[in-house]
Design a protein around this ligand. Structure first.
Ligand code: HEM
Length: 142
């Protein structure tokens, strides 16, 4: 396995792990307003220190490995679903940044402005991420 593929898969594992941890943070944030403010700050920190570097590593290593034969057949679907997952994840990141801005001043009403982009991002991210992982596993085990 070459170095780029090693980093691609390592970053992918980190990305999956941090997404799972963020679900836990969000569930905990549903208890009350104080928990939501704390969750907003924590989710922001996991985004900037773990999630964004991991997804950028997946994207950059993936782009660097692309060859003509990857742009046809089923592998092309893997790339399309992966790019969709990255795009929708960035919508979630935007929502997290917006919410954290108001969490810093404890403005619960304005924090709700992030609900729509968060829901849109999540609704697009989950299926495209699952499809990208499914396609990735298919190529590992075929
Ligand atoms: C959710 C995101 C992603 C997942 C789950 C994923 C998964 C994988 C997996 C499991 C492999 C190893 C396949 C094998 O051993 O045959 C792989 C390789 C690869 N991925 Fe990704 N990937 C993702 C994102 C991307 C992106 C965004 C790109 C490009 C823009 C990309 C391009 C590639 C390339 C070119 C390879 C090398 C295939 C080869 O060795 O011939 N991946 N990916």
């Amino acid at each position: 396995m070459n170095i780029l593929l090693t980093f691609h898969l390592l970053a992918l594992g980190i990305w999956i792990g941090v997404v799972a941890a963020e679900f836990v943070i969000e569930f905990d944030g549903m208890k009350d307003d104080d928990s939501l403010i704390k969750a907003s700050k924590l989710h922001y920190l996991t985004d900037i220190w773990i999630e964004i570097p991991a997804l950028l590593t997946v994207l950059i290593t993936g782009l660097l490995m692309i060859d003509e034969h990857h742009l046809e057949g089923p592998f092309l679907y893997k790339i399309v679903f992966s790019l969709l997952a990255i795009m929708f994840n960035l919508v979630c990141v935007y929502a997290v940044f917006l919410r954290r801005k108001y969490a810093l001043i404890s403005n619960i009403t304005k924090m709700a402005a992030s609900d729509l982009p968060m829901k849109l991002g999540g609704a697009g991210f989950i299926p495209s991420f699952v499809c990208a992982i499914g396609m990735g596993l298919y190529f590992v085990f075929q």
